[in-house]
Structure formats: structure tokens, C-alpha cells
Write a protein that binds this ligand. Sequence first.
Ligand SMILES: [Zn+2]
Length: 388
Amino acid sequence: MTSEYHDRPTPEQIRRAPKVLLHDHLDGGLRPATVAELARETGYDALPESDPRKLGDWFREAADSGSLERYLETFAHTCGVMQTRDALFRVAAECAEDLAADGVVYAEVRYAPEQHLTRGLTLEQVVEAVNEGFREGERRAGENGHRIRVGALLTAMRHAARALEIAELANGFRDRGVVGFDIAGAEAGYPPTRHLDAFEYLKRENNHFTIHAGEAFGLPSIWQALQWCGADRLGHGVRIIDDIQVADDGSVTLGRLASYVRDKRIPLELCPTSNLQTGAARSYAEHPIGLLRRLQFRATVNTDNRLMSGTSMSDEFAHLVSTFHYTLDDMQWFTVNAMKSAFIPFDERLAMINDVIKPGYAELKSEWLFRRMASASPVTRGSGAEGK
Ligand SMILES: [Zn+2]
């Protein structure tokens, strides 16, 4: 797809551009200083570092080890400090604030309520604390001139056996801050079909869900998530690339599953930096997002775990801009894709696209246009004005 706007967006334009985030873990996005403070306040004594800067480095290094299983270990510490109502409220509020400051206008943030019960909270109390935190974060962001809307996705852990219970919880809160359901955790050995009862329940309730699939594990996981479980979206789904053949002459052939995913506009919640850390891709240049965007899959850009990956939505787009020479048009395409794929009602998605996203990009493009005109005609601008 060609673009009128060949200039690469600057880091400042990338940050200001409206962005939509569908795949971000609440327990993967804490500020390092908050982890350290909450550990002190709640008596959690297992942190490997207490200095926030060193702690931030430790999370990134542990996550860089190249294995999904090791990557997941880092969550023992973040979940360890998120066991009280106040801690959950604070983490959720800061999450909404941080995303808004980064230019995110709509986000679906996920977490597993079952991982926050060790100090006696009930599942309902966990969800209420996080919802209240998100509302507080939206309010504080608004005071700072950033508008954001955050919906929660409730996650069930795929190695556990509480998926139906968590699905019922998500359904109970569906008009009160929770917009959908997800399953997460190590893929190998824990196929999504273990949780069919939860997915069938949500389908009967006309509710929405995404499934982590096709990250560490390949096509069978994606196929099960779609054709057995009925997922609305794929968490990652990046291994769909295994069903796409690119010949030496550049011609592309899609297998049956890849065709289905593209034809049905199944959203792919792609998380480039996270994939590099877990070994699902070797470099940004080799990340399948380049090909998937060219082939017009319903690709979206996401952060996954901002703390462990040391990333943000702006950082993700900055990597893609420098690797694939993406423009503001490309950023808008990914952003509209994400908004179309959100779990809020259609009319609300449309309003976000027409009233927030498109005007935001139009403003950035018009700034670019005026800057170009100003630099192209320095002489004509001043002529004739001096004698008056
Ligand atoms: Zn994830």
C-alpha cells in the first residue's frame, strides 16, 4: 500500500499518535519503583533487588533469557506484590496513566484474578479493585490532558482448572468494566481444548474471548483456538507464518488455516519485542509482522509485558518504523485494525475510529504537510509583505 506521507514519523509524533492496545498484561506492566514500594509495604521479601533501577534491569534480563517458561517466572514477583486491594488499585491506576501518557486512547488490559488471592481477597474483590483503579487512572489521565478508556480482560491460567469459574466471573462483570476473557500461560502441554467448557459457556452468553495461541507453539494451537474453541482473536498468533509459503520469486501461497485467518479477518495480537525475548522471532526485521502487514492480515501491534520487555506502544511502533519504514498511514492502519477488533460494542468502536483516531492522524499529517510546504517555499512566503 503506497503512502503520500513518506516521511518517517518522529519519536514525538509516534508518541502523540492515537494508539490502541489489545494485548497488555496488568502484572507485566508495573513501574519498577512501584514493585519495590509495594514489596516494602506488603512485606513481600522475595524480590531479587530493592533499588528500582536495578530491579527494572533484572526484570528485562530475566525475560531476555529466550525461554517462555523462564519469562513467566518473573510474574511470581509482580503477582507477589499485587495481593491487596490497595496494591491492585494502585497498579491499575498507574497502568491507565502510563498508557495514556504514551498516547494510548483505548486499551484492553488483562490479568488473572486467581493469581491475586493469597492474602484473602475474593475473585470479585480483585476485579472490583482493578476496575476502580482503572477508573481512577482514566480520571488522573484526563486531568493531565490525556483521554483514555481501559477495559479489562479476565484471564484464566491454562495449567489450572478454574477457566469456567473465571469465564463466569467475566460474564458477571461484563457491563461493569470487564469486556472479555482470555487464557494464558505455557502453551506446550496445555492445549486450549482443556478449557472447552469455558469457551462454550461464553459463546452461549454471546460474550467475547481471545486465546493465547501460536506464540511458542505452532499451527495446531491456532487451529484449536479457532476451530474448536471459537476464539474471536488470537493472542499473538504469530506462528500463522508457518502456513504461509514465500517462493524465491516473492510469490506467496497461503495454506488453508492462514487463508481462513485472513479471510475471516481474525485479529492477530502481535507483540514484536516480547516475541524476540521468548525466541518466537529472531529480529525485528525477521518478525512476521512485516509480511502479515503486506498480506493485509488483521494485524495489530501490542506490548504484552511493558516491564519485562522494557517497552511501550510508542517503542513498539518506533522499532517497526525504523525496521519497515512505516509511515503515519501504516500506524493508522494498525490502529484502526486494533479498534475494529476491540471487544466493546460496534457503535463505540466506530465512534473511537471516527472521532478520535482518524482526526488524531489527520492532525499529525497536516503538521507534516505544512512543515514540508514551509521548507519548500522560503522565498515566496515573505515576498510583497515588506512594503506594507
Ligand atoms: Zn500475553
